[in-house]
Structure formats: structure tokens, C-alpha cells
Design a protein around this ligand. Structure first.
Ligand code: PMP
Length: 402
């Protein structure tokens, strides 16, 4: 404790003691196709035999080093500027932002869309601006949804993960309260869950919402750009007109930075007036907006999604036929290990074999469900997938999991 009452040292010690202290990665990303290379002696990273394949990023379409997207960002920087310079509502609005929003609305089949400076800001800004009376939230929803709920005066009711029956039970119970039918209710869920690879039962959630007069908000952070016509799960399941708010990030498949909300004109008008992270924050940097626009174009109009899904099928089949349990039903392939020490050992052995995929342990996931979260990306080649599978076989045998 210092003499002004702050105890940062104590907090860091506590984290260390509980084996929960996080640090930034010692490896730097240096090149295309999701490669990492170890920095040599603390110097600049080198591209040589220390290269390893990354199988853990959210760069799902492998576009973060794509020439077309780099060019779009460069051109926006040269013509519009490197920064927006102010909130969009002051002087920060540009054609680049509006073009991105037009494309997002078109992809999502909504009247309008609005870009935020991050997905986190989009979730917090939207939930607080809507300010519902009651929020029904999946137990595994992302932290930015949880924080948005905490910042409202709403009563937040948590339902079991991806369980529409649990949601209905909670809706039913709450509907018995006095004045329930005068309240505004919001159901919010990730569409694809990042640690479990599960996909929310969106159609059942929409049925429940309609039965109880609630709005539905889907966080498509891990789905945007990957499903039907470059949209998310909402598009894949034809639910565009039943989900009131489609939110997502520009930082995963769209290879950029920022977030968005797509919905009705009234929703977007309300958000641009009342969502504080939009109103009181500098507009998204124009190169980020331009990069996301170009990535969305590539996602919609090329075969890049097919390459991702081929890699996903190849890797899932290979892992399962070796005897590993692979959770979920999306592009995220969590390989269940169970024990946290085994998961750490497996991650180390994989790294020794040139595959980077960190162990995910409690408290991020429940006890006894430690896992390796494997994510193939569209730019992995067949040889990369084979190398990853060989690494799993070798590592699994080494530590006695196979
Ligand atoms: N929602 C979900 C489901 C996410 O996984 C993330 C990022 N990990 C976000 C929102 C936040 O997006 P961003 O990184 O753009 O702030």
C-alpha cells in the first residue's frame, strides 16, 4: 500500500499467487498468413526457422495482411487523413465512414448501420442508450455486453448458455410480475461464442422474444463476414427481420478495428444521439473504416469464406479422428483437455512443434474444462493444416492424451 491508499503491488502479487497474472505475449507478429516469429535476443523479430504457425487468432479470413486491404487503408490515410480528428457529430464524419455504414447495412439487410470505435464501445453504447427495463442475457455473453448491462438501471436476468428453454422459463417467471407488460425487455446474446465455438439458437430465441414482446440483440463479433453473403448467423438463418439489433466488430474477420450496429433508421438515429461512446468519442480512424469496407467487399464477393470453411472441416475431422474432443459448431474449434496442467503442457508441446495455440483455463472457462482454442483461418494452406494435425498427434502422444 502506498501512502495515498493505493495498493497496486499487492494486487499484482495476489494475481501472481493465484497464477492468474496476465502479460503481453513475448512474440511479435511479423508477416502474412498468421505467422509469428520469436524475437531474437529481444531484438526485432526475424523471419527464419523460428517461424511458427498461429492457430489462435480471430483474423478468420486471413485478411490482415491482404494487399487490397492495405491499399484501401493507405489510400484513406492519404486522402482523408490518418485520424477522424473529432467525434463524427462534430467534424469527424467522412465519406469513408458513410460508405462503410452503407455496405454494412446492405450486408445485414437493415435500413442503416453505425460504426463505433470498437465492438466494446458498440455494445456498451447500445445497451446503455436503449436503457431497457429488463435484460435477459446468456451466461457466457462477452464482457462488453455484461458491462453494458451493468451500466444501465435494468434488472439483468441471466439464462443458461445457448438454452432457449431456460430463456423461456425466465421470461415466463418475469412475465408474472405486476406491470411486466408495460416494461421494455431486451434479450441479448453472442451469436457465436468465442471460447466454446457454440452458435446461439437464434430462431428459438426470436420465437421466445416474439411470444413475450421482447427485443433481440445479436452480437455477431465472431460471425460477421463468415456466413451467408458475408453476413453473420442472423443472415445464415434468414432472421434479418426478426433480430432488432445486429451488432459486430470490424476487428476480427474484417481485419481492422472498430465496431458497428445495424438496424432500423430509428435505432441508428437514437444511437447517434444517445450512445455516449459514439457521441463523446473520436470517430473511427478513416484508414480503419476503409480497411473494414474493403474486407467486407472481399468477404462478400470472393471465395475467401469457402477457404475458411474447408480448413475448418479438414482440421475438425482430423482432430476428431485422432480421438480429441472438439467442442462447438463454428469456425472456432475448442479442443477439450480438462485438466489445466495438461492444457498448459499441450500448448507448450504444440509450440515446440511450431503451432501457436494457447491454453484457455479457469477462470476464463469452468474448472475441469481447460482447452486449446484452435482457429484455422482462410489463408492457412493445406500443408499448414496438416502440420497442425501432426503437431497435435505428436504433442498428444508426448503427454499421454492420445
Ligand atoms: N463482442 C464479442 C463477442 C467479442 O468477442 C469482442 C472482442 N473480443 C467484442 C464484442 C469487442 O470487440 P472489439 O474487440 O472490437 O472491442
Amino acid at each position: 500500500m502506498d501512502d495515498r491508499g493505493f495498493d497496486l503491488e499487492g494486487r499484482l502479487h495476489d494475481l501472481e499467487d493465484a497464477d492468474l497474472k496476465r502479460t503481453l505475449s513475448p512474440v511479435d507478429r511479423v508477416a502474412e498468413r498468421g505467422y509469428f516469429a520469436e524475437p531474437s535476443g529481444g531484438e526485432l523479430p526475424v523471419l527464419d526457422s523460428t517461424e511458427a504457425l498461429v492457430f489462435a487468432s480471430n483474423n478468420y479470413l486471413g485478411l490482415t495482411n491482404d494487399q487490397r486491404i492495405e491499399d484501401a487503408a493507405r489510400q484513406a490515410a492519404a486522402t482523408v487523413g490518418t485520424g477522424a480528428g473529432a467525434s463524427r457529430l462534430v467534424t469527424g464524419d467522412t465519406m469513408v465512414h458513410q460508405d462503410l455504414e452503407r455496405q454494412l447495412a446492405e450486408t445485414k439487410g437493415t435500413e442503416r448501420a453505425l460504426a463505433f470505435s470498437s465492438g466494446y464501445a458498440a455494445n456498451v453504447g447500445t445497451i446503455t442508450a436503449l436503457d431497457p427495463d429488463v435484460i435477459f442475457s446468456d451466461e457466457y455473453n462477452h464482457a462488453s455486453i455484461i458491462d453494458g448491462c451493468r451500466l444501465t438501471d435494468a434488472e439483468t436476468i441471466v439464462y443458461d448458455h445457448c438454452d432457449a428453454t431456460s430463456l423461456r422459463t425466465k421470461l415466463e417467471r418475469r412475465a408474472a410480475f405486476d406491470d411486466a407488460n408495460e416494461e421494455s425487455w431486451l434479450i441479448v446474446t453472442d451469436s457465436v461464442f468465442s471460447m466454446d465455438g457454440t452458435v446461439a439458437p437464434m430462431a428459438d430465441i426470436c420465437d421466445a422474444a416474439e411470444a413475450f414482446g421482447a427485443w433481440v440483440m445479436a452480437d455477431e463479433a465472431h460471425a460477421t463476414g463468415l456466413y451467408a453473403d458475408g453476413g453473420g448467423v442472423v443472415q445464415a438463418e434468414g432472421l434479418g427481420d426478426r433480430v432488432d439489433i445486429q451488432m459486430g466488430t470490424l476487428s476480427k474477420a474484417l481485419a481492422s478495428q472498430g465496431g458497428y450496429v445495424a438496424g432500423s433508421s430509428d435505432l441508428i438515429e437514437c444511437l447517434l444521439n444517445d450512445a455516449r461512446p459514439f457521441v463523446f468519442s473520436t470517430g473511427l480512424a478513416p484508414p480503419a473504416a476503409a480497411a473494414a469496407s474493403e474486407a467486407l467487399h472481399v468477404a462478400r464477393h470472393t471465395d475467401v469464406r469457402e477457404r475458411l470453411w474447408e480448413n475448418v472441416a479438414h482440421l475438425r475431422d482430423g482432430l476428431e479422428s485422432m480421438g480429441f474432443t472438439v467442442l462447438g459448431d463454428s469456425q472456432i474449434l475448442p479442443v477439450l483437455v480438462g485438466d489445466r496442467e495438461d492444457a498448459l503442457a499441450l500448448a507448450d508441446e504444440l509450440q515446440d512443434r511450431g503451432v501457436i495455440a494457447p491454453a484457455i483455463r479457469p477462470p476464463t472457462v469452468p474448472e475441469r474444462t481447460s482447452r486449446i482454442r484452435i482457429v484455422p483461418i482462410a489463408s492457412h494452406e493445406q500443408g499448414d493444416i496438416v502440420k497442425c494435425l501432426e503437431a497435435f498427434r505428436g504433442a498428444g502422444e508426448e503427454i499421454g492424451l492420445l
